[in-house]
Write a protein that binds this ligand. Structure first.
Ligand code: OFO
Length: 168
């Protein structure tokens, strides 16, 4: 049985993952509007990945006999200055998510809930990868000044991304 405090914290994180999904879907729509269709595709894959994160937690809470309490997801921002501002916002957002995952791990350790500590390790690793890939893209966007043929090339590369559900 999942300790009540842990179930509540996981429910909060499920909401945060859906909020991430919603934010990235909004970014995808904005990128489409400004004709960066490759990055719009990249962001849509990111949206799908966040829904997967939320559902992975949702399934875990149920598997441990916890109660799911879905909360409202706030309306996300709808426009940005440019592509660099978009990716700065993504990096900042992912850093915040990393903090909340770390707080969850600390809580699970304090509650001696080893199964949850173990479960959360996947998310700890995932956050390392998320921050690294977004930092790399942001650095490349800054390198080309977020415009011109450099941006065109990066957009074409971003068009290749597909979300493949991990086998976990
Ligand atoms: Fe779920 O990792 Fe991003 O937010």
């Amino acid at each position: 049985m999942l300790p009540k405090q842990i179930a509540e914290a996981l429910n909060k994180q499920i909401n945060a993952e859906f909020a991430s999904a919603y934010l990235y879907l909004s970014m995808s729509a904005y990128l489409n509007e400004v004709s960066l269709v490759g990055f719009a595709n990249w962001m849509r894959a990111q949206y799908e990945e966040e829904v997967f994160h939320a559902m992975k937690m949702y399934d875990y809470v149920l598997e441990r006999g916890g109660t799911i309490k879905l909360d409202a997801v706030a309306a996300p921002q709808q426009s940005w200055k440019d592509i660099i501002e978009v990716f700065e916002a993504v990096l900042h957002h992912e850093q915040e998510i990393t903090h909340s995952i770390n707080r969850l791990v600390s809580l699970a350790i304090a509650e001696q809930d080893h199964a949850t500590v173990n479960f959360l390790q996947w998310f700890v690793d995932e956050q390392v990868e998320e921050e690294a890939s977004v930092s790399e893209l942001l650095a490349q966007l800054k390198l080309v000044g977020g415009q011109g043929s450099g941006l065109f090339m990066l957009d074409r590369e971003a068009a290749q991304r597909k979300f493949i559900q991990p086998q976990v």
